[in-house]
Write a protein that binds this ligand. Structure first.
Ligand SMILES: Cc1cc2nc3c(=O)[nH]c(=O)nc-3n(C[C@H](O)[C@H](O)[C@H](O)COP(=O)(O)OP(=O)(O)OC[C@H]3O[C@@H](n4cnc5c(N)ncnc54)[C@H](O)[C@@H]3O)c2cc1C
Length: 319
């Protein structure tokens, strides 16, 4: 919505949110929230057939709205469902889709300039959809900052019918199974993240990252080689092919700062890098750099924070 607002202002057009869901409170309040994040109007498709995400019904809802109101630009989040939906909507509408953009802008002639990493993240390219409409782009969660929420009255909501019955939809949702991996990461939304890289040398040393994260109440993450080696699960990978994070504090230990890692962390408010090599690329974008052996420094930091953050010392600091 934040990126959409800027594009709409530049083009001097309205920013519309499209809200799709079942009839009732949740969908209504999603529509109301859209105004607080910058929408001028909302197109709403509310139908109980849309209670669970199914590609066919959501594609139908979205393509109908697009075919009726003909937006120049259509943006979606590159979430798991968003990726599924964007692909089939673009295919149904016979238009192009620039996925996983890191920057969105409009040129002087009003065309959407959608920028994304290419060649394994070593280059950025700007892609235009010249001959087809709408111009479609997705952005991964947390790549762009959330716009500030401003309390605004509910504006114009345009309701659009779904025009489907249950028999038209091939996919049936039978049940939901609980997620067996209860330790799954919440990396993308964590305020503090501690991560380790190949410089830690062994999976045993990676435990030093987890210990510091526990004391700080932080999430832990890693660079890609640690996932490839099987030291850490893939939901903990940070970077271009992993999670994008925007924490207040990011501590990177034994990570060189390759471009594919950098693109996933540069939205952090404060990056602290620990590396033995003072010429490591991570020091080019870290806000604070510590040239040190992480295997020795991490336990010292854990001990120091544990002492400082213990309830007893918290009382002492407060008083
Ligand atoms: C298409 C593609 C996608 C990719 N996607 C990702 C991605 O999403 N995320 C990602 O992270 N990578 C990704 N990569 C891999 C990326 O290019 C790098 O290879 C990777 O990030 C390097 O990981 P690293 O920093 O842990 O290891 P290295 O580059 O080997 O760096 C290790 C660092 O540790 C330092 N060090 C050594 N010993 C110590 C010590 N005792 N204490 C402190 N520091 C020490 C070294 O000086 C070095 O700087 C991708 C690559 C490609 C081609």
């Amino acid at each position: 919505m934040g990126a959409g607002r800027k594009l709409a202002d530049k083009l001097k057009v309205d920013l519309a949110a499209i809200v799709i869901g079942p009839e009732g409170e949740a969908t209504q309040s999603a529509a109301a929230e859209s105004f607080c994040y910058g929408a001028d109007l909302v197109y709403m498709v509310a139908d109980n057939l849309l209670a669970d995400y199914r590609n066919e019904s959501y594609t139908k809802a979205l393509t109908d709205v697009v075919n009726t109101y003909k937006p120049e630009i259509l943006l979606l989040g590159a979430t798991t469902l968003g990726r599924d939906l964007a692909g089939s909507v673009a295919t149904t509408l016979l238009t192009g889709l620039t996925a996983d953009c890191t920057e969105l802008d409009v040129d002087a002639d009003g065309s959407l300039a959608a920028t994304r990493p290419t060649f394994g993240g070593s280059l950025l390219c700007t892609i235009y959809t010249l001959n087809y409409r709408p111009q479609m782009a997705t952005v991964r969660p947390r790549v762009m900052p959330m716009p500030e929420r401003v309390v605004r009255p509910v504006g114009r909501i345009v309701s659009h019918p779904l025009g489907l019955v249950e028999d038209d939809i091939v996919t049936k949702v039978l049940s939901f199974l609980p997620d067996r991996d209860s330790a799954k990461s919440n990396l993308a939304y964590a305020d503090v993240v501690v991560a380790g890289g190949l410089g830690l040398g062994s999976p045993e040393n990676f435990q030093l990252v987890r210990q510091l994260a526990t004391v700080l109440g932080a999430e832990y993450g890693c660079s890609r080689p640690l996932v490839q080696k099987g030291w850490v699960t893939s939901d903990r990978q940070i970077g271009q092919t992993g999670k994008t994070i925007r924490p207040k504090l990011y501590i990177a230990a034994g990570i060189s700062g390759a471009i594919q890692h950098r693109v996933g962390v540069e939205g952090a408010d404060l990056i602290v890098a620990i590396n033995t090599d003072r010429n490591a690329p991570i020091f080019d974008f870290a806000h604070m750099g510590i040239v040190a052996d992480a295997i020795r420094l991490l336990p010292a930091l854990t001990a120091a924070f544990r002492a400082r953050l213990s309830p007893h010392s918290r009382d002492r600091i407060a008083s």
